[in-house]
Design a protein. Structure first.
Length: 214
């Protein structure tokens, strides 16, 4: 059987330790061999990232240099439509087949807002959801029907993630990082240091490109 792989979508404006560290812990915990970072396209009618798509990818490259767990897939940037995860997962399945175990990694905040995602009910037919903890967010859904949906799909055992291609939710026991890209951009705009929030190679890139200045 093929090894469990995972996709990790985000705007990554910029990528930071709140993305990298929990995912590294998740991978160790679950035996994940490969995590593919999937930078989002942000459609024109939405608030735009401050960094360009090319800069966001460059920052991912800086961040993962020397980290063999990670690679990058830029397919969503090639579209000029919104990044619908379900569409990306369908394309991925068409390429890799239905049998490959696949996780889609999200933070707890994304889990809580999942019901607003396009065709969210189709997601578990395409992947497992691997959820990293994020400080400051509730550990339960407010809506009882969402909590019930979660309970019904919780994986009882890591082996289910490897033995089945999709269908389970794994609430990982990951370290808490109280970091957001918003906070990093805010600190940069105010000339405050961010040394402990993101990899030095990404900070160097931000400095070189003059990103997140006022
Ligand atoms: P912004 O502050 O610009 O909204 P962000 O820091 O939340 O950005 P995104 O690129 O939007 O980062 O997040 C991509 C994914 O990473 C989402 O699933 C989100 O839940 C998760 N994530 C982001 N930051 C953390 C964190 N500190 N801990 C756990 N998960 C996180």
């Amino acid at each position: 059987m093929s090894e469990l792989q995972a996709l990790f979508g985000g705007t990554f404006d910029p990528i930071h330790f709140g993305h990298l560290r929990p995912v590294e812990a998740l991978a160790q915990q679950t035996g994940l061999q490969r995590v593919t970072l999937l930078p989002n396209n942000v459609p024109p009618h939405r608030p735009q990232p401050e960094a360009s798509a090319a800069q966001r990818v460059d920052m991912l490259r800086c961040a993962i240099a020397g980290l063999p767990l990670f690679d990058i897939d830029t397919r969503e940037l090639a579209r000029d439509t919104p990044s619908w995860t379900v569409t990306t997962l369908e394309a991925w399945r068409a390429e890799r087949g239905v049998a490959q175990p696949l996780g889609f990694i999200i933070g707890q905040d994304s889990l809580l807002s999942l019901a607003s995602w396009h065709r969210w009910q189709d997601l578990l037919s395409l992947c497992h959801l691997l959820v990293c903890q994020r400080p400051g967010y509730a550990t339960r859904f407010e809506a009882p029907e969402m909590q019930q949906w979660l309970n019904e799909h919780l994986a009882g055992d890591i082996r289910q993630l490897h033995q089945q291609p999709a269908g389970h939710i794994w609430l990982a026991d990951t370290p808490l990082y109280n970091i957001s890209a918003t906070e990093i951009r805010r600190r940069r705009h105010q000339n405050l240091p961010c040394d402990d929030l993101l990899p030095p190679a990404v900070i160097d890139y931000i400095d070189r490109e003059g990103l997140y200045r006022d």
